[in-house]
Design a protein around this ligand. Structure first.
Ligand code: IPE
Ligand code: IPE
Ligand code: MG
Length: 241
């Protein structure tokens, strides 16, 4: 069977761990929530640039299940930001053919935010230019555990399990594997993000803080991605077959 194309791949799933908002603000003597606000502007830039760079699915890590451990004030301001992002962006997403899907747990979202999420998802459901997944209260381990429970009793195929993982994290479509995983902010770890889907992801780490990340940085990450040889376990000679 032919593998998905290698260097000239057009349908790229890029996932981003958007890290560094707090440090960006602290370095400027500003409260951390200023960094989160500047981070929301970086999201807008990257979403706009993604389709032109051949990205058809963009999955953004906005809030991990472990981020509940942060001070209540910071958590509160992050959730207010998610809400205002949904309200301000839904119409733009419809206009630009962007299908929005919030992935992660839903039972800890406030009813008002949940309403905004469902409204945004319904309104943008027809979008085909870009599938934008925003991970809020997300844990890859929780998704995999929930999928294991769903699949309990039957061995099933790898594909069936992948669907269960997608379902467990509220992904609307069975998301295909992550091709390129970017982490900003200088740390080189996964922090419980897309562990199943990133089995063969190309990893790209940059010291750029998320609020400073823009179209040129995304293009640079894509260019690094295109220079990688993805072998999927095979040897070099067989890759292009
Ligand atoms: C990422 O930036 C955003 C969230 C985790 C919500 P951080 O807030 O983790 O920023 P740093 O890592 O403290 O700089
Ligand atoms: C990961 O960043 C989560 C998001 C970017 C949303 P963290 O800043 O929470 O990760 P750790 O704690 O440094 O691993
Ligand atoms: Mg961080």
């Amino acid at each position: 069977m032919k593998q998905r194309t290698l260097t000239n791949q057009q349908h790229i799933h890029t996932a981003i761990i958007m890290d560094g908002n707090g440090r960006w603000a602290e370095r400027r003597g500003l409260p951390r929530n200023y960094g989160h606000r500047a981070g929301a502007d970086a999201v807008r830039r990257v979403v706009k640039a993604a389709p032109e760079l051949g990205i058809d699915t963009l999955t953004l890590y906005a809030f991990s299940a472990d981020n509940w451990r942060r001070p209540e004030r910071e958590v509160g301001s992050l959730f207010r930001l998610f809400h205002s992002y949904l309200l301000s962006e839904t119409e733009k997403c419809v206009e630009h053919g962007i299908r929005l899907n919030v992935i992660g747990r839903r039972d800890r979202l406030t009813p008002t935010l949940l309403d905004a999420v469902m409204q945004a998802e319904d309104a943008t459901a027809g979008g085909a230019a870009l599938h934008l997944n925003i991970a809020i209260d997300y844990s890859a381990r929780d998704s995999i555990m929930a999928a294991a429970n769903l699949a309990a009793g039957g061995a099933g195929s790898r594909e069936a399990f992948a669907s269960a993982v997608a379902l467990a994290s509220n992904q609307k479509a069975v998301s295909f594997d992550v091709d390129l995983l970017i982490r900003t902010g200088g740390e080189q770890r996964l922090s419980d993000f897309m562990l199943w889907e990133s089995a063969y992801a190309e990893l790209y780490f940059t010291g750029t803080m998320w609020p400073d990340f823009g179209e040129a940085d995304l293009a640079q990450a894509l260019s690094a991605f295109h220079s990688r040889e993805r072998r999927f376990g095979r040897i070099r000679e067989a890759v292009a077959v």
